[in-house]
Ligand binder design. Structure first.
Ligand SMILES: *Cc1c(COP(=O)(O)O)cnc(C)c1O
Length: 366
């Protein structure tokens, strides 16, 4: 039966039956009116995921993974003669710096002392006070550790110094609270296949509308130019072939999100599941990577106990029908991560905890 493997990685997610059925849709040409109507519908729903964004921001959809949306956002919006302050404490902050580097755009990397730390707010304050920045970039939920960054505090600094913020919200959009005006957000980037519970293949940036009427594109790429997409998507069409079936599934996933109570209900559900994982693993003596209070609602990270290798744990759990996630970069081989997005029930979490306990017991017996 499909959907019996539970994906506990931070996207792609285990699809709900409703989204899976929608994906198995009639074939449609991306140049036909019915597809344009679908795109317009998806744009309307995306703008309303956070009611606050509805009037002042426009979703721009493109075919690609989350990184494509981040790359398009940075490329199209950061001026060629500008300078971005990249506030980083993990893999995705570093990826943004690599993107700006590849685009030949100027930036300053403000790294925390360690990926275990929060973003460097004092450093950001000093940099912004010194001046010279046209944008600030940060990651909302740093999936590397599961930390929900203090974007509210950084946003207040952006506001104070009049510098717009660009946000990687790829693993938080629809799974955490987002503030647009308070955070001085010019744009955020996200994807269909994380907290929105869609299929991978479509990503988007939600961009302040006045950007498109007041500036020219700064894109260094033909494909990843948000200005081109925005202009054509006013009629629902796109400059390049969109992932048509993925768009149908996203439309359904957005309806499902609204039917289930929208973002507040989804955040509460994720939070409940993550708490259940946290307490269950605490009982098994597992240590968290960062303090409990610092985690996002969607993902938690744990140090592998003495005598347990990631490979063993992963392979045992995979046989039991669960896919967990390894550490990246510095944390490879020393941690494991559990995301709670997608089609999951409380009983899945309880079974997972039982299976993890059994895997630990087996590891300790040898
Ligand atoms: C998943 C993720 C991305 C994008 O990854 P893709 O593999 O390109 O979809 C970007 N930023 C964050 C914070 C993520 O979690």
């Amino acid at each position: 039966m499909k959907g019996t493997t539970k994906l506990l990685n931070p996207g792609p997610v285990t699809l709900t039956d409703r989204v899976r059925k929608a994906f198995d849709a009639e074939d449609v040409c991306h140049r036909e009116q019915e597809f344009a109507d679908l795109v317009k519908r998806v744009m309307g729903k995306l703008a309303r995921v956070y009611p606050e964004s509805d009037s002042a921001y426009v979703p721009v959809l493109l075919t690609g993974s989350g990184t494509a949306a981040v790359e398009a956002m940075l490329g199209s919006l950061t001026p060629r003669d500008g300078k971005t302050l990249v506030v980083s404490n993990g893999v995705y902050g570093e990826r943004a710096a690599a993107i700006l580097e590849a685009q030949g755009k100027a930036f300053t990397m403000l790294k925390s002392a360690s990926w275990l730390d929060g973003i460097d707010l004092a450093g950001a304050e000093a940099a912004l006070a010194a001046g010279g920045y046209t944008h600030v970039f940060t990651v909302h939920h740093e999936t590397t550790t599961g930390r929900l960054n203090e974007v509210g505090k950084l946003g207040a600094l952006c506001k104070k110094h009049g510098v717009p913020m660009l946000l990687d919200a790829v693993s938080s959009f629809a799974g955490e609270d987002l503030r647009f005006a308070d955070w001085n957000l010019e744009a955020c980037a996200a994807t269909a296949n994380k907290c929105l519970h869609g299929v991978p293949g479509v990503a988007f940036a939600l961009v302040k509308k006045d950007v498109f009427s007041s500036r020219k594109s700064a894109a260094t790429s033909v494909y990843l130019d948000l200005f081109k997409y925005e202009k054509e998507q006013r009629t629902g069409f796109s400059p390049f072939t969109q992932a048509t079936h993925v768009m149908v599934a996203l439309d359904e996933a957005l309806s499902e999100l609204a039917d289930m109570g929208g973002v507040p209900a989804r955040v509460e559900r994720y939070r409940g599941y993550s708490q259940r994982v946290l307490s269950g693993l605490a009982k098994l003596g597992v240590e968290t990577l960062i303090p409990r209070a610092d985690y996002s609602s969607t993902l938690t990270s744990y140090r592998l106990p003495e005598g347990v290798t990631y490979e063993r744990l992963h392979d045992d759990l995979k046989r039991d029908g669960f896919v967990i996630y390894a550490g990246q970069g510095d944390f490879r081989g020393s941690i494991f991560r559990i995301a709670v997005m997608g089609d999951l029930a409380p009983s899945d979490i309880d079974r997972l905890l039982g299976c993890i306990g059994q895997s630990f017991d087996r590891a300790r017996r040898v």
